[in-house]
Each structure stands twice: as structure tokens, then as C-alpha cells.
Design a protein around this ligand. Structure first.
Ligand code: MN
Ligand code: MN
Length: 297
């Protein structure tokens, strides 16, 4: 990897580290998720990055893809299991990292299982390892804690302005011989659950991504398309970030037009199928003989 690109990955990773620290100090009962999301995203911008995707703040049986809405009133309470998933990018080079906290508990088996599986992955990952070996390792470590991996969620490669590159490393074992290559960048994430181990799409959708610009009817739809092309490009964005476009009702109509015409794709919240609690751990890894974890000090 070129030195200049490596430095951008490292800068994005460093911003993620600081954002995680900020988040950890704020997590307590009574905290409004909207305030947490805005303070994390502000820190990312203040440090010279841009959010690579909206901060995901998913509670309990929601594994991923919840981000506060405009005027969201959702508040943390004792016992909640929150996943904080943060992305920062510098010129499109992404840091993607997540941690989980159970409010009011010092330790939690689900969180420990996700963290241990991620640690084992980090210890073992080298150029030439296969997706089969690495997904087997993750599954085994998670199961050893007496909980389940979420089998339809996966770690993924990261590319410039692409949060999900071509490579996918599922949380449950698949017999794939595909090799993980030197210089590949991974957002390796492990999801654990007390449930059966599958997520399904839920509602309401709060996160979107651009598929392709097309002619649209509503003025607000055109405004959204323009904003996305200029600011978010091929990275996911929040409904909340479109606040200035128009009234909430118009925004909803425009988003409906844009998704039905396949200008935008929806990323709905992912809920565990059997309503099991879910935990997550994630770091960004540059795969080398001596791997670099950009999102960790
Ligand atoms: Mn993530
Ligand atoms: Mn990720």
C-alpha cells in the first residue's frame, strides 16, 4: 500500500479512536441518542474527517442500522445493550469500528463473546488466510461462550469511498477457500446474540445510499440527489442529514420517490429474528504480515 494512502487510513482510524472515547464517557441512563450521534459526528468533522456513515446507535435486539431521526427522542435506560458503530473517512479512506455496552453491568457474556472472537481473529489474520478458516474461528469462539453468532452478518473489506468492498467474512462458518490478501483493509465485525442468530429487516428506514442518479419528479427529490452527489457520494447517509431539504412530510415523500425509482437504496434497521439481545465488536485492520489495527491505540 502506498504511504500516502496508509496515512489516510491511519488518520481516519485515529479519529475513530477519539470518537469512541467520547462516546464511552457519555453513555449513561437518560442520554438522548440524538445528542450522542450529533456529538460524535461533530468530533469527526472537527478532527478533519467526515463521517463515513451515520453513527449507528442500535439498542438491544436491533443489531445494526439504527441512527437517530430528526427530532428523535429515544433515550438510554438502565439495562439497555447499546452498540456504538462509528465510521470516519479521510479522502474516502475509511475507519469503521464498534463497541457495545450494557448499561449498569460491568461485564456481559454477549459482549465478551464478540470481543473475544474479534481478538482471536486479529491474532490469526495474515495474508493468505481463507474466509473459511477465519469464519470458522469466529463461530467457534462465539459458541464457546454459550451464545450464537449472527450468521447473516459479516465483516467486510473497505475500499476508497466504499464501505462494503468485494470481500465478506461471515460470523458463521462458510466453507470458502477465498484468500484474504496482503494490503486488504477489513472492517472486521462480530455480532453475537442470545437469539437464534439471524437478523431481518425492520422499520423505519433511517439510512440510505445512492445507487444511481436518475430524472425525478419532486423538487425535494432533486435537492436530495444533488446533496448526496456533492457530499456523501457512494457512502451511506442519514435521513437526519437531510433536515434542510424541506418539511418532514415532504422529505418522506421525496425519499419514497427516490427509493421507488431505485435512485436510493434503503438500509433498514436489522432486528434479531427471535428478538434476542445482540452485541457487536469491530475494528479496522490492514492485512499485512504484521497487521495494523487503525482504529485502536
Ligand atoms: Mn461498523
Ligand atoms: Mn463494518
Amino acid at each position: 500500500m502506498e504511504k500516502e494512502i496508509m496515512e489516510k487510513y491511519e488518520k481516519a482510524g485515529k479519529i475513530c479512536q477519539e470518537a469512541k472515547e467520547l462516546a464511552r464517557t457519555q453513555l449513561k441512563p437518560g442520554l438522548k441518542l440524538l445528542d450522542l450521534a450529533e456529538s460524535i459526528e461533530k468530533l469527526i468533522r472537527d478532527k478533519g474527517g467526515e463521517p463515513a456513515f451515520p453513527v449507528n446507535l442500535s439498542l438491544n435486539d436491533i443489531a445494526a442500522h439504527y441512527t437517530p431521526d430528526i427530532d428523535d427522542t429515544l433515550t438510554l435506560k438502565e439495562g439497555d445493550l447499546i452498540k456504538v458503530d462509528i465510521g470516519a473517512q479521510v479522502d474516502g479512506y475509511i475507519g469503521d469500528t464498534a463497541f457495545s455496552v450494557r448499561l449498569g453491568e460491568k461485564s456481559d457474556t454477549l459482549i465478551k463473546a464478540a470481543e473475544d472472537a474479534l481478538e482471536s481473529f486479529i491474532k490469526e489474520i495474515r495474508p493468505g488466510k481463507t474466509v473459511g478458516e477465519m469464519s470458522k474461528l469466529v463461530e467457534e469462539v462465539v459458541l464457546s461462550h454459550g451464545v450464537n453468532p449472527v450468521r447473516n452478518l459479516a465483516g467486510h473489506s473497505l475500499e476508497q469511498y466504499k464501505q462494503h468492498g468485494g470481500l465478506s467474512i461471515p460470523n458463521g462458518h462458510i466453507p470458502s477457500k477465498e484468500e484474504i490478501k496482503e494490503g486488504q483493509v477489513l472492517g472486521m465485525e462480530v455480532f453475537t446474540t442470545t437469539g437464534e442468530g439471524l437478523v431481518k429487516e425492520s422499520s423505519p428506514t433511517l439510512i440510505y445510499i445512492l445507487l444511481q442518479p436518475k430524472p425525478v419528479r419532486l423538487n425535494e427529490s432533486r435537492k436530495i440527489m444533488q446533496l448526496v452527489i456533492e457530499k456523501f457520494q457512494t457512502l451511506p447517509f442519514a435521513r437526519r442529514w437531510l433536515k434542510g431539504v424541506g418539511s418532514t412530510a415532504m422529505l418522506q415523500l421525496a425519499l419514497k420517490e427516490l427509493t421507488s425509482k431505485e435512485v436510493l437504496r434503503e438500509y433498514p434497521p436489522l432486528r434479531e429474528k427471535s428478538n434476542g439481545l445482540t452485541a457487536q465488536a469491530e475494528e479496522t485492520i490492514i492485512v499485512l504480515d504484521k497487521p495494523i489495527i487503525t482504529t485502536r491505540a
